[in-house]
Design a protein around this ligand. Structure first.
Ligand code: AMP
Length: 459
């Protein structure tokens, strides 16, 4: 692809966790062994291909292993999942099995499923089991897991509270609690549920590991209530995208966004790509329109069942779909290994969402690129993002892409226009009904006049 405008500026990128794995270079002296992990866990860490701990792992694991509370500020992509799973697994390793002793609460189904997947990898050789508990799927197998006393339950708040209605879900021995992505739970309105959940857990001293990407006041307050003399671990002071991500803006008329994405795919500028859309409707339309052009695409958003979402993700992971058209439900936490590109098909309205979206690429030190399609109407949202990043993002135009092309079919008819059309149709219907009524009235009058005339003639 030819870049007409300035290329990627890497100068002002802040350091973040993902640098850690490279800085540490996998050297054994400052590797996982120095953190005090058991041989079984060291083996599984190695089997997962983790050579050296990321900064969050290096700081959070030792105090957590000692049983201390931890308050960690870390984003998805920093290696935070293993930062809490490893100490939890180690602390449970020597305890009798068959009782749920740790509860991990996380905001979304995808995160819950992903944490359990991560746990399955790390827990190999320990005999410990994890189970994801979330809505949108049958509760039967989840009930079974409670009854069996699976050692670690990983749950989203709503479904967990449903289970708590039943006797079988008493977690009387769960005295390790992890709150994952606490700020996201706040965004999703889950804080009252969190407080309710904690009331169901044993009141005796417990260990709490508290993870959040940011620390807005209600989250800091919750942490203050829950944690006892916590060790504070802060990997990033400022919200910032991982350093290895190149970012660029693609100005394009809104109607040509599908064409632009198809063109980038055709040229091989983007490979497997998550395309983030503003609404479920737009994600759905994007997937349909790409399919129509012969590009394998799947959609993932809140209107899809859990089964459909899982199938879409699996198909994307194994390369069956070139594009995953998504809304922000997958922006946080979804771990797709080796994702080279993220495309913001629409500019996110909130800078924080931008950072989370592009965090899907360049995980744990890999390089990645994030492209944002910007229609003229979206320029002001880009301004907010650039202010949050503290720099201008480079803009790219593709040389032989026809930015003035006319599309036969529009991607989306704006709401105002749709309403105007409906009003116009209603106006026409009313006018037609009125004309019909008048015609009927005239006919009726004509007939009665005719009848009157006849009778006078008869008389
Ligand atoms: P997380 O922030 O927990 O979502 O992790 C992001 C990604 O980094 C996942 O794909 C992990 O498997 C991977 N990861 C976690 N820890 C390490 C490590 N120490 N070295 C390399 N990759 C890691």
């Amino acid at each position: 692809m030819t870049k007409r405008t300035g290329d990627i500026d890497t100068s002002s990128r802040p350091a973040n966790a993902s640098n850690g794995s490279r800085e540490n270079g996998g050297g054994s002296s400052d590797g996982f062994a120095s953190l005090g992990l058991s041989p079984a866990l060291l083996k599984s860490v190695q089997a997962m291909g983790f050579e050296s701990p990321t900064p969050i792992q290096r700081s959070a694991i030792p105090p957590a292993l000692e049983g201390k509370d931890v308050l960690a500020t870390a984003m998805t992509g920093s290696g935070k999942t293993a930062a809490f799973l490893l100490p939890v697994l180690q602390r449970l390793q020597d305890q009798p099995k068959g009782t749920t002793r740790a509860l991990i609460v996380t905001p979304t189904r995808e995160l819950a499923a992903q944490i359990v997947e991560h746990l399955d990898g790390l827990a190999k050789g320990t005999g410990l089991r994890g189970k994801a508990i979330f809505g949108g799927v049958g509760a039967g197998p989840q009930e079974k897991a409670f009854r069996k006393g699976v050692e670690v339950i990983v749950a989203t708040p709503g479904r967990l509270l449903d289970h708590f209605q039943h006797e079988y879900a008493r977690l009387a021995e769960a005295d390790i609690v992890v709150l994952d992505e606490a700020d996201r739970m706040l965004d999703m309105g889950f804080l009252p549920e969190i407080r309710k959940i904690l009331r169901h857990l044993p009141a005796r001293p417990r260990q709490t590991l508290f993870f959040s990407a940011t620390m807005p006041r209600p989250i800091a307050q919750l942490a203050g209530e829950l944690l006892r003399s916590p060790v504070r671990v802060e990997v990033q002071k400022k919200q910032a995208p991982p350093s290895a991500i190149s970012q660029a803006l693609y100005p394009v008329p809104g109607e040509l966004k599908v064409d632009l994405l198809a063109e980038l795919l055709r040229r091989g500028d983007v490979g497997n790509v998550i395309a983030f859309c503003r609404t479920k409707h737009r994600a759905k339309r994007l997937a349909k329109k790409l399919e129509k052009r012969g590009i394998a695409a799947a959609e993932i958003h809140g209107n899809r069942s859990q089964k459909q979402r899982t199938a879409a993700l699996a198909g994307f992971r194994d390369g069956r779909y070139a594009v995953l058209a998504a809304t922000d439900i997958v922006a946080r936490g979804i771990d797709v290994v080796e994702l080279d590109h993220v495309v913001n098909f629409d500019v996110p309205a909130v800078p924080e969402d931008y950072i989370h979206r592009i965090g899907r690429t360049a995980r744990a030190g890999a390089d990645g690129e994030a492209y944002t399609f910007v229609s003229p109407q979206e320029e002001k949202d880009v301004g907010a993002i650039e202010r949050a990043l503290g720099r201008r993002l480079p803009r790219r135009l593709i040389d032989d892409f026809d930015y003035k092309a006319k599309t036969e079919e529009r991607f989306e008819i704006p709401v105002g226009e749709r309403i105007a059309k409906i009003k116009e149709r209603k106006r026409e219907e009313r006018a037609r009904a009125k004309r019909n009524a008048e015609r009927k009235k005239r006919n009726a009058e004509g007939q009665s006049n005719g009848r009157g005339g006849g009778s006078s003639r008869r008389n």
